[in-house]
Design a protein around this ligand. Sequence first.
Ligand SMILES: [Zn+2]
Length: 310
Amino acid sequence: MPELPEVETIRRQLAPRLEGHILERLDIADRRWCEPAPPDDLRDATAGRRIERLTRRGKYLVFELAGDVHLVVHLRMTGNLLLLAGGDPDPPYVRVRIGISSGETVAFTDPRRFGTGVVLLGSEARDEYFASRLGVEPLDPGFTLEALRGLARGRTAPVKAFLLAQERVAGVGNIYADEALFRAGIHPLRPAGTLRRPQLGALRDAVVASLEAGIDARGATIDDFRNPDGARGAFQDRFLVHRREGEPCPRCGATIVKLRAAGRGTYVCERCQPRPRARAYAARSSSRRPSRSASRSSRKPPSDRSPTTS
Ligand SMILES: [Zn+2]
């Protein structure tokens, strides 16, 4: 699933090609993309408007259009935004086409069809939409040690689940949570509320460093993710622990293991990231098991559309 660095990579590549041009047409071939709104409503609200800025919030990409109209797109599991020149044939799995006055087209491709789009009228509506779904933006100055402390206080959930909850820290998913916890030397099953101040400081820095490393590599391509020009990201070749089960830890040489945390496959060096002490672990297990349902946040799609996770 594309996370903050993948969406930011898309934004950085598309922004110079789109900003200042007119969004001429929004053709939604799959009405599930925008339900419950009818595709015609989104088309009529956006067509003919100038694309003033392309921005990002968490894992959402926002086309800021003239007249304070916002087209908000989420890639979910397998969505991609590809930039096509005039004569280019359609790639597979195109669900939405955005025609630009430059003659180029942005194609939203999505084999598994969990991606979404919504049009929000006015900055207030946009801000409300995000406020109900997303917490602090980890690359913004507001993501401080004190902010993270406030969020973690009293939390009994494993820190991995804590990091994946978009309403606390926006944009971190399975890859970057594993990488950040390894960098900080924190076990993913450690209850978030038991982390001490120095550990929270290390975690804050590690989240930022992991996300910035991902952006530097233009994202991670494990299966579907592509840059808008079709190129693969390179971060998958630079993972420290994620997907490196059985390989030596890059720091100490112990074997990286795979376990389950927050319902997700999670990669750990248990020498660099010591397990929580038995008492804390037992207390957490009895009060709140790290089950799939506990890890799901309320902003996820309804269960009949929920992606299965690995
Ligand atoms: Zn290690």
